[in-house]
Each structure stands twice: as structure tokens, then as C-alpha cells.
Ligand binder design. Structure first.
Ligand code: SF4
Ligand code: SF4
Ligand code: SF4
Length: 269
């Protein structure tokens, strides 16, 4: 079976798992990817929401904090950022919008409006993780979960539909709506723009790519420098020179297109 079909099956499987709450199945754990526990069909808790509860207003709950950190530490050490490529439903959503972002007219628009700081924009996700998820919650209170576009998509919108006419928006609703519209425009114009630039969970997993057991290995001495791999990469990586890039989501698209077959998944160093 082709790699990308296997990946689609895997992503669909995890999307179904994430929504088993629709059948009254609740795991009591947090998701190993980005999904909202506010979703009416949620089967687990949002990992970022769990972190926020653990540090809320300076009342540190070490058990609650260590749980997602150790959980993602183990996942990261074994799989690196493969969770992003193979399991996360928000990754699946962006896989669906990616072909739109590759259309000529959309590419023209995004290139025209892409600010020159874009290469540095990848660091915003680390700022989001530290500032919005940890520090703001520690010193002020919940912030990220109130304005999270993933929460808006998988929690607020279904709740609005299911409770039509009865939903009372809180004071963050308008801000959350604006951020959600920005999120939709971003993933249409930029493919995996949310993962590349903004996702705090991607930021938590990204550094593990440098040390994970599973990673992408390239026999660079046999490279033709045809650039097919970099053109196919949804994360915009210069693949032959990536050196276990923190941005790699191990989707395997570069493996599929390399004419030399020199890009492989590798377990171990
Ligand atoms: S970066 Fe975030 S949204 Fe994107 S696939 Fe990874 S966990 Fe999901
Ligand atoms: S480098 Fe290859 S495996 Fe990694 S994100 Fe890009 S295409 Fe996917
Ligand atoms: S597709 Fe293969 S041969 Fe072409 S640049 Fe990438 S690694 Fe080199």
C-alpha cells in the first residue's frame, strides 16, 4: 500500500478515536495531538488545556503538569514529530487545504502578501507555547484556550450548531472568531501555515526531531539536487540539507518523490 494512503488511513483512524465521545467513550487521558476537549464528541482532554489547568494562576499542580510533559516527552523521543504527520486531526485538515494553497492563483496571492520575515515566523509557535500557554495562564489566567482556533472549530462551532439560539458568547468570543477567520485564511493561503508558524503543540514536539529514534535519513552523497523533495515538502523544508529539521512532520512525501530512493525512514542513529 502506498505510503500516503497508509498515512491517510492513520489520520482517519485517529480522527475517529478523537471523537469516540459521540458513543459515550471517554478515555480520561489527554490527546497525543491537538484536539479540543470542548468538542461535543471529544474522547479525551486537550494537552494544552491540561498544561493550562496545571499552572493556572500560579497554583502549580505538578502531577497534572508532569503528565502531558512526560507523555509528550516519550512520544517525542520515539516518534519525533510524526504525530503531526500521521495522527493529528488538525494536520489532516491542513492536508485537505494544502492542494488549494498550491493552486497558481493562491500561490501568487500568498507570495504577494507573504512578509519578508516569514522565515523567522516559525519561531512564533515557541513564543505561543511559552507566553500564551505557560506564562499568561500562570500569571493572569486562561488565555490560549479562550482564543484557540482549534477550540473554536471543534468546540465552539459544533456547540453553536447543537444549541442553536441558546449559546451565550463570553467576552473572548469576538477575538476568538477573528482568530478563527485568520486561521482559515492562513491554512488556505499557506498550506500547513498553522503547523509551521503558530501551533504550540508543534513547538513542544519539534525539538525532539533532533534526538528521536524515528527520523528521516538521506544519503546526501547520492543526491541529484533535483529539488523534487523540497518542492513536495508541505513544511517548506530544504530537504537534502535538513539535518533532522525540527519542522519535519515525517509525512514521507519526500520519500515518495525522490528518483534516487535515497530518502528513508530510519529507526536509531
Ligand atoms: S503542529 Fe499542531 S496542529 Fe499541526 S499537526 Fe502538529 S499538533 Fe497538529
Ligand atoms: S522533510 Fe519529508 S518527511 Fe519531513 S515534512 Fe518534508 S516531505 Fe515530510
Ligand atoms: S529528490 Fe532525491 S535526488 Fe532529488 S534533491 Fe531530493 S534527495 Fe536529492
Amino acid at each position: 500500500m502506498r505510503l500516503q494512503i497508509k498515512r491517510l488511513l492513520s489520520q482517519t483512524f485517529f480522527l475517529i478515536l478523537a471523537n469516540l465521545g459521540a458513543f459515550k467513550i471517554k478515555t480520561g487521558f489527554c490527546y497525543p495531538f491537538f484536539y479540543c476537549h470542548g468538542c461535543p464528541a471529544a474522547s479525551a482532554g486537550c494537552p494544552l488545556g491540561t498544561i493550562e489547568h496545571a499552572v493556572y494562576k500560579g497554583k502549580l499542580d505538578w502531577n497534572l503538569l508532569l503528565y502531558p510533559l512526560v507523555f509528550f516527552g516519550v512520544i517525542g523521543m520515539v516518534f519525533g514529530r510524526a504525530i503531526c504527520g500521521w495522527a493529528c486531526p488538525i494536520g489532516l485538515l491542513q492536508r485537505i487545504t494544502y492542494p488549494i494553497s498550491q493552486r497558481k492563483t493562491i500561490k501568487k496571492i500568498s507570495q504577494r502578501f507573504a512578509p519578508s520575515i516569514l522565515p523567522y515566523a516559525r519561531y512564533i509557535k515557541y513564543v505561543n507555547l511559552v507566553l500564551l500557554v505557560f506564562l499568561t495562564t500562570y500569571f493572569i489566567g486562561f488565555m490560549f484556550t479562550d482564543i484557540c482556533p482549534v477550540g473554536f472549530l471543534t468546540g465552539t462551532i459544533p456547540i453553536l450548531i447543537l444549541n442553536f439560539g441558546e449559546f451565550t458568547p463570553n467576552q473572548f468570543f469576538l477575538v476568538a472568531l477573528i482568530i478563527f477567520v485568520f486561521f482559515i485564511i492562513l491554512i488556505i493561503l499557506s498550506g500547513r501555515g498553522w503547523c509551521k508558524y503558530f501551533c504550540p503543540l508543534g513547538a513542544l514536539l519539534a525539538p525532539f526531531n533532533k534526538v528521536s529514534l524515528l527520523h528521516i535519513d538521506i544519503e546526501t552523497d547520492k543526491c541529484l539536487h533535483c529539488n523534487l523533495c523540497s518542492d513536495a515538502c508541505p513544511m517548506g523544508i530544504d530537504v537534502p540539507n535538513m539535518n533532522r529539521s525540527p519542522e519535519c512532520i515525517l509525512c514521507g512525501k519526500c520519500i515518495d518523490v525522490c528518483p534516487q530512493k535515497i530518502i528513508k525512514f530510519k529507526v536509531g542513529s
